[in-house]
Ligand binder design. Structure first.
Ligand code: 1HN
Length: 378
């Protein structure tokens, strides 16, 4: 019996594997296997797809539903026993389960804390960042810098920094979306973890010293020690300022046909991403915005910061409203629509673009047919 390797007709060209297996070859493959070896031509087409082939599926989590799960987790599990009381978001496919990935090499979860609770101090090689969905009185401490947190703020926990968080006793239940590069760190076999020698860090700096030193008006402080870390010194990006920046941009610019008005959470000292491995954006879709489709390498996880609309992702429609979370896997066509004819909508998102850029593989393609719009499968 012979088996032909060619499945995709595009592979029937010189430069692709086109070997027809023979009984002699089958015996040879067996001999190779005994020697921890194999015939490359049997796997070549599979490991060199013509274009990226993601195993992840677009997935949406409804906030109303997942919020209820977070509140149940609060009832069922003590914060100090969980370490971090996080409901993990898993992709609607069997991809990435081994790495607890939501999409590509990204992790995401929803962390829930009750007033008076803490997440004990620890550090890891993985970087984290968080988008605050609700709560009052929440704070984090990063390498001794205390930072207060409010709804729709975006906060960094850069790699290797000690961090603990909590909610003041007089505060309200706090629910955050966490994003981490932990699947990537474990894939690269570079992940270290340590616990602090006390439940919480002593605050060695004034409350909000970093955002108040580096976070405003395009100014940079003089006369204090130069910031020498490879991540943004701003640490927290406040919702009011982010929203106003996007509205100001909208006053003077039409924005992108794909993303509306979009701004990067930048390291103001470099203009680059705030963290080394993960990036984040906030985008504003004007009332009635109907974005065109594009696709790119890299994975994106969205959180609806405000408004309601839908996204077509890989031809499938996902309707969203405030704090719903959804993901767009690598090289998947996507386009966003704001269903309100008048009111703006805001999408927060985080991504692995810094990794794509560092490796020289950040690639984008515009959807050319059908006036730039996918045909909806539903
Ligand atoms: C982590 O350190 C936190 O510090 C949250 O709040 C979620 C998920 C995986 C690995 C580390 C936190 C995490 C995490």
């Amino acid at each position: 019996m012979t088996t032909k390797a060619i499945i995709d007709p595009r592979d029937d060209v010189l430069g692709r594997s086109r070997v027809t297996d023979t009984p002699e070859l089958e015996i040879f493959y067996g001999e190779l296997a005994k020697r921890n070896a194999g015939a490359f031509w049997k796997r070549a087409n599979a490991i060199e797809p013509w274009e990226p082939e993601t195993r992840y599926r677009p997935t949406l989590w409804r906030y109303a539903d997942m919020r209820a799960m977070c509140l149940r987790a609060i009832e069922l599990v003590k914060a100090e026993e969980a370490g971090r009381r996080v409901v993990t978001l898993l992709n609607d496919s069997d991809a990435g389960r081994e790495h607890t990935a939501v999409c590509g090499w990204l992790f995401s979860g929803m962390q829930a804390m009750r007033p008076g609770e803490i997440t004990p101090a620890h550090k890891h090689t993985a970087s984290a960042h968080r988008f605050i969905m609700e709560g009052k009185g929440a704070y984090t401490v990063v390498d001794g810098h205390p930072i207060t947190l409010g709804a729709n703020d975006y906060v960094l926990t850069p790699n290797g920094c000690w961090h603990d968080h909590g909610v003041d006793a007089e505060g309200e239940v706090s629910i955050w979306q966490d994003g981490l590069d932990i699947p990537l760190m474990n894939c690269l076999e570079t992940n270290f973890y340590a616990v602090y020698d006390a439940p919480v860090q002593a605050a060695t700096f004034p409350v909000n010293d970093l955002p108040q030193s580096y976070g405003g008006a395009g100014l940079r402080p003089e006369g204090i020690a130069a910031w020498d870390k490879p991540y943004s010194p701003v640490m927290v990006y406040r919702w009011d300022a982010v929203r106003d920046a996007l509205r100001n941009l909208a006053d003077v610019s039409e924005g992108s046909p794909f993303d509306g008005h979009m701004m990067r959470y930048a390291n103001p000292l470099t203009g680059g991403w705030a963290l080394q491995t993960m990036g984040a954006h906030m985008q504003r879709l004007p009332g009635g915005f109907c974005g065109k489709a594009h696709r790119h390498t890299g994975n994106v996880v969205y959180n609806v910061a405000g408004g309601h609309g839908y996204s077509l992702i890989g031809g499938q429609r996902f309707d969203w409203q405030r704090h719903d979370i959804f993901c767009v896997p690598a090289w998947t066509w996507h386009e966003h629509v704001n269903l309100d004819p008048v009111d703006e909508a805001f999408l927060f998102s985080f991504n692995d673009f810094p990794v794509m850029e560092a490796l020289g593989v950040r690639i984008e393609e515009v959807f050319a047919d059908n006036d730039g719009h996918q045909i909806c499968a539903l």
